[in-house]
Design a protein around this ligand. Structure first.
Ligand code: UD1
Length: 443
């Protein structure tokens, strides 16, 4: 590794960490909003672009902090990243020569670990930091590392960094995961595209963003296919070429706005919403009494009838796709605070992802949390304004939802977590008639 390239990481300006959302609740949201591209697809697509030296062009990329962080990581390793217009990114892998993903990148965004597979398979070596990421439980990367080893990589862990080498070239093989992992599946698939021979990944994650990545890899010339619902097979090739792709719409953002309509007893049209990708949430919402319909690419959510009839309580459990996404557990919990009766919540994917419910309790929600994986929500409760703090991205958006439903004003600290994954969230809510403002703490 050559020396002294000045990584241009800067400390976050104090202002950013001090940013708060101020929300005056109790207003019915009405109107229409355009759904952005999916964060969890865009990041992997941009990482996949380094599998070739040629230019790749992505449209419908969400303008969010995580995309900016990844663009910066890519630039720091010598990849050209252009941002010619809003929501469009071009990535030209060229000869990335700084095969080093620093702690600063990993600490800002766990998803930077998705660069392991593509850099290792194309350049034969990479040094990458162990990621920190969200405060939502242990977030190990052992399954990614095991997958690379199954493809012939030699990986050592020293001083917080993985030193990975692929002597000669990675070799196709059988990658068997003990549990479903989204990014683990994606890393293995990306690595296998340039490996020698055939790879089978099982169980492979079924999330729509994984299929979006498969579609793009095929455009690049990769031989990759989902051959069974939970199996992906890859035939390695020598070379991939540049390609273009429009990022799939964000089902998590869509679900967030579905809940926004419901808890404010509003009526919202979600333009460009994905079809079929959030059936688990929509069937819960319908079971609770929210009206959901679709015409072409617009999803219509109408909860105005909730004035007359309270929502019905419901038990939920997070599961890998096609089950209810763990990323939609927080918004769904906000909805359940408005349902009559007892709702049981089981979080099966991450430890600590129920922690944020403590903040929701400050707003008047009646919730018991007997252990890290279970909660019981008593409803309906009238939520009230409070001072609350965001601990992670999805919980952050959900505290905004609670604030929109609440009586009075809520001050939400930690707004920067939300900007990681939601494009212009405050602006979108403003367009729907919400009273939401971004200010610096203490002003
Ligand atoms: C991705 C999503 C995240 C979503 C999650 C689950 C991105 C950038 N993030 O995260 O928004 O909440 O899927 O749908 O796409 N695990 C291990 N070892 C590993 C990897 C994972 O034990 O090496 C465990 C995790 O701790 C977790 C489970 O496996 O308990 C599933 O995690 P995984 O699907 O890998 O989540 P991510 O891909 O990191």
């Amino acid at each position: 590794m050559a020396d002294a390239r000045p990584f241009h990481w800067e400390f976050e300006p104090e202002q950013v960490d001090r940013e708060v959302f101020q929300v005056e609740g109790g207003r019915r949201l009405e109107g229409s909003v355009r759904i952005s591209g999916a964060k969890n697809a865009a990041l992997k697509l941009m990482a996949a672009a380094v599998l070739t030296g040629e230019r790749c062009r992505f449209t419908n990329v969400p303008e969010i902090e995580d995309v900016r962080v990844l663009a910066q990581v890519l630039e720091d390793i010598g990849v050209t990243v252009d941002h010619p217009e809003p929501n469009v990114y071009e990535v030209a892998g060229g000869d990335a020569e700084w095969l080093f993903v620093p702690l600063e990148a990993a600490a800002k965004m766990r998803a930077s670990f998705i660069l392991l597979g593509p850099l290792l398979t194309r350049f034969g070596r990479v040094i990458i930091s162990n990621p920190g990421g969200d405060r939502i439980g242990r977030r190990p990367v052992n399954l990614h590392v095991d997958a690379m080893r199954a493809l012939g990589a030699e990986i050592e862990y020293r001083n917080g960094y993985y030193f990975a080498k692929a002597p000669g070239r990675l070799r196709g093989g059988l990658v068997t995961f003990p549990q479903v992992t989204v990014m683990g599946t994606e890393n293995a698939m990306l690595a296998a595209t340039l490996a020698l021979g055939h790879t089978v990944i099982e169980p492979a994650a079924r999330e729509p963003e994984v299929d979006d990545l498969i579609a793009f890899l095929q455009q690049m010339g990769a031989i990759v296919e989902r051959t069974a619902p939970n199996r992906i097979e890859v035939e390695g090739t020598r070379r991939l070429h540049g390609a273009g792709h429009a990022v799939v719409p964000d089902r998590i953002e869509t679900g967030t706005f579905v809940v926004a309509a419901a808890v404010t007893h509003g009526r919202i049209s979600l333009e460009g919403a994905p079809s079929g990708h959030l059936d688990a949430l929509l069937s819960i919402a319908s079971e609770m009494g929210v009206s959901v319909s679709r015409d072409e690419s617009t999803l219509h959510v109408d909860a105005t009838t909730a004035d007359l009839q309270p929502f019905r309580c419901c038990d939920i459990e997070t599961q890998p796709y096609p089950g209810l996404a763990t990323d939609l557990q927080p918004p769904t919990c906000v909805l359940l605070t408005q349902a009559a009766g007892l709702s049981h919540v089981t979080e099966t994917i991450f430890e600590d992802r129920l922690e944020w419910l403590g903040e929701l309790r400050r707003m008047g929600a009646e919730i018991e949390i007997p252990d890290q994986h279970h909660a019981t929500i008593h409803g309906p409760t009238r939520l009230h304004g409070a001072n609350v703090e965001i601990g992670d991205l999805r919980a952050g958006a959900s505290l905004i939802l609670a604030a929109l439903a609440a009586d009075g004003t809520t001050t939400i600290k930690g707004a920067h977590h939300v900007h990681r994954g939601y494009e212009k969230i405050d602006q979108k809510f403003l367009e729907l008639g919400a009273r939401i403002e971004r200010t610096a703490e203490g002003t």
